[in-house]
Design a protein around this ligand. Structure first.
Ligand SMILES: [Zn+2]
Length: 308
């Protein structure tokens, strides 16, 4: 409700202000009703928002996904080795009268197939990590390496070829330049697509499963899930997906939306240990610890006065 602060002592003005506030008060219920009807109208008008509940089983074995990823990475590596052999061994000349054209096809073809295998492998790997995430207890380095294995493999499947291309003196200048650029571009694309910017740990997944007991919502794109279907961040989305939180995580929505998190906290939801958008995982655990350490640190200051 709007508050009116009267600083002027003039009675006439205060009376005028009173009148204004009274008319405003009278107008308020009407305005409320109007607002309510517009909200209702908007709700009925916005019905084309369809909520999809994908009915697939969550969890299950990830061995198939991981084997698929490894097989594809081995294939990617094979295409890189083939390209390297084509450059260093001149074996293309054996296949045709016009060896040079063949070298173009083999090099570009190998790079494209290398790229495709790397991208596909990383998607399978990321999917497996979202179904069965790694525990944070194994250490930050291993956790990072496991989740970003796709990027590591992209480097292995492209860097040696690019270095060889740059060092090579047998290829003609035009071919060397173009193939190097294509390989570098392929490496950047593959690296970008293979990275997992929103990994989740086994601990965070477990916390989500235990603490987010109602169905959650997510959109076609993005990496967040929402606790409330009327969250401002998703109210304009045409299609909403609805399901248990594990399903959202499996689909790559690994973090809870920050708006929903604030609201859920007020509604009494326990968010400790959860992966929430914009909140560091250790934030909650570290804050009291560092505060507790402060007095200890001040005590620990050595008093080196009065030596001799
Ligand atoms: Zn939300």
């Amino acid at each position: 409700m709007a508050e009116i602060i009267v600083r002027n002592k003039d009675k006439k003005e205060t009376e005028a202000v009173k009148k204004v506030s009274e008319t405003a008060k009278k107008a308020e219920p009407a305005a409320k009703k109007a607002a309510e009807t517009t909200v209702k109208k908007a709700e009925t008008a916005k019905k084309p928002q369809t909520i999809v509940t994908p009915n697939k089983p969550t969890g299950g074995s990830t061995i198939g996904l991981r084997i698929g990823a490894v097989v594809l990475w081995v294939l990617a590596l094979a295409f890189e080795i083939l390209a390297i052999l084509a450059i260093t061994k001149d074996f293309t000349i054996r296949f045709t009268n016009n060896g040079n054209t063949n070298l173009w096809i083999i090099l570009i073809g190998c790079i494209v197939l290398d790229l495709a295998c790397c991208i596909l492998a990383a998607q399978l790997w990321k999917k497996a990590n979202h179904i069965h995430p790694m525990s944070e207890k194994r250490g930050k380095f291993l956790f990072y390496l496991w989740n970003e294995l796709g990027v590591v493999m992209v480097c292995i499947c492209f860097l040696p070829l690019i270095i060889l291309l740059l060092k090579n003196k047998k290829l003609d200048g035009k071919m060397k330049t173009i193939v190097t650029i294509v390989a570098a571009a392929a490496m950047l694309i593959a690296g970008f697509v293979s990275a997992d910017p929103h990994p989740i740990s086994a601990e965070q997944q477990e916390a989500a499963e235990q603490q987010v007991t109602t169905d959650v919502y997510w959109t076609q794109f993005g990496h967040k899930y929402h606790v409330y279907d009327d969250c401002g961040a998703i109210k304009n989305s045409n299609t909403l997906y609805k399901g248990p939180v594990l399903e959202a995580i499996e689909s790559g929505r690994t973090a809870m939306c920050s708006f929903c998190a604030n609201r859920a906290e007020k509604d009494g939801m326990n968010l400790s240990g959860l992966n929430v958008e914009g909140r560091a995982a250790e934030e909650n655990e570290d804050a009291p610890a560092s505060e507790a350490e402060l007095p200890i640190n001040t005590q620990a200051v050595p008093t080196v006065t009065g030596g001799n």
